[in-house]
Design a protein around this ligand. Sequence first.
Ligand code: NDP
Length: 331
Amino acid sequence: MSETFDAYVITRDEETKQQSGGWTQVSTDDLPEGDVTIRVRHTTMNYKDALAITGKSPVVRRFPMVPGIDIAGEVVASDSPDYAVGDEVIMNGWGVGEVHWGGYATYARMKSDWLLKKPAGLSGAECMAIGTGGYTAALCVQRLLDAGLTPESGTVLVTGASGGVGSFAISLLSSMGFTVAASTGRAEEEPYLRGLGASEIVDRNTLSGKGRPLDKELYAGAVDSVGSTTLANVLSQVKYDGTVAACGLAQGFDLPATVMPFILRGVTLAGVDSVMAPKARREAAYALLDKHLDRAKLAEITQEADIRNVDQLAADLIDGKVRGRLVFAVS
Ligand code: NDP
């Protein structure tokens, strides 16, 4: 039976190529293909969502589109043996909000392969406060653990420290007992970063220029969301057998590095992608978050916001006026 509901829909004028978005009524018949229909309870706004809404970058690749790349909700219809009506589920990535309708609507329809059962120890709202940034940070930390890193291995460096991925990486690593060095360009964020658990602050300018192929061995491992010369310098400062989990390009997508850290120190560069990550890796990342993420710190950086204000909030987020994580209660 079909039902109409509210959705934020982005459309594009095919002549002018201008996109615009707003709240409108759609029908469950309009939902994309998928074997599980979800009543969206919470969603969030990531940088990518803000880009999609403002049209500042061509994130949306199919129109009309409902944005919202992270979803927490409840199954209301399922043709999948893996999910039953009433199950609480979460979803991150998979091109949702880009080529498949996302979470800024009362209902969403997904492929069951994209869904995860909500971790028992986290609420749906908390999962959305974590969002793609926190989940990506957990994927990065998991890569370091898989490589055998322990708190005894030595200090772990986190670059892009006051950003979304960086903040979660610091919080998670410090809760797990790691000593964390935080690289930032914002000296004024030192109290915030120490509050998250960083015990050393590194001026990002010391990493962003051209450095030596091999530098002093300072770190057992690193989580890098910056790329470019920063990542090259991080590789040159990682200790023998260390691992660097790389997920971002805040400085640039180039990597002007040498092979020296790899061939003389056995350093591993581990790439991390959140969008198409297989289910088992996602489950491991959420298990890590469930076990180790400090809920009080999460609450401190979370603000509940009204999803009706997404236009303004997206513009504010792009302008750097939003601190912490936005969570929307949808229905
Ligand atoms: P944010 O914008 O929240 O944070 C990025 C941080 O990087 C900034 O806060 C800043 O930290 C630092 N930074 C920004 N510009 C520069 C620069 N020119 N040189 C050095 N450092 C810089 O982004 P997120 O944390 O959400 O994402 C980080 C990166 O990871 C992005 O590139 C994003 O695209 C990518 N990403 C990748 C994913 C994947 O699946 N691989 C998933 C999610 C994100 P500070 O002020 O402390 O110096």
